[in-house]
Design a protein around this ligand. Sequence first.
Ligand code: E4P
Length: 272
Amino acid sequence: MKIFVDSADIEEIKEAYEWGIVNGVTTNPSLIKQALEKRKEKGENIDVKTHISEILKIARSTPVSLEVTEKKAKDMIPQGIMLYRTFKSYSKNIVIKIPVSPAMKEESKNDYEGIKAIKGLSERKMLVNATLVFTPEQALLAAKAGATYVSMFAGRMDDYLKEKHGLKAKKEEYYPMEGINEKGRILEDDGIVSGMDLVAQTVELLKQHGLKTEVLAASLRNKRQVREAALVGCHAATIPFKVLKELVMHPKTIEGMKKFSEDAPEDYKKIK
Ligand code: E4P
């Protein structure tokens, strides 16, 4: 499974790439905003173009997703092309993130604009990451339109299930992949019982139809979701730096390390 770092923070991305196991970066407008604000607080006055070019330099031509802000296909397509052209000298692997449906109200007329934009950009041989995907059906349409990746928002799906069923739990708290059984009934949304179930069903659906689009587990909140993504054969997971660090840690590893370190004979440590 490919591991992407879900961040626009230069220090986090740099550190993660130093581990040597990172295959790409995903950003979104909120992450870019946070990263720029952090730099501003530190007294660095950096414009967004410079900031993005710094991310691309660290990522060394591994895929980096940059999201469009427009909402109609006729505007999303040129914006995606413009993002690609602006940064292509830093990386050949700029991936344009297109919301699968940019509608901002239930009754909005922009519902299909995302699919049209994905088609329009993929026809131009551009890499597209379909984002804000919450159903396997949306993923199917995005895949048919030529998306390179479909970003399945597992954590936000769990949030939605919690809200819908009035459950009180912290955002980062693990939500069971098999769902929650309440009074003999599994809590669900249109047949989806958890964020990781959404990921698993999408992996299965695209596989069944031989679609090449990669499933990207996104909006991950804890390390168990990363394991579950890997176990269901998800192609990639985009992981916040905080969760990435948690993947390395276990109390028994720390305890064992302490003991080995204390026990190591002095002359053993000095073998040359
Ligand atoms: C990445 O592509 C997504 O934008 C990101 O995973 C969203 O994560 P969040 O739900 O924690 O904001």
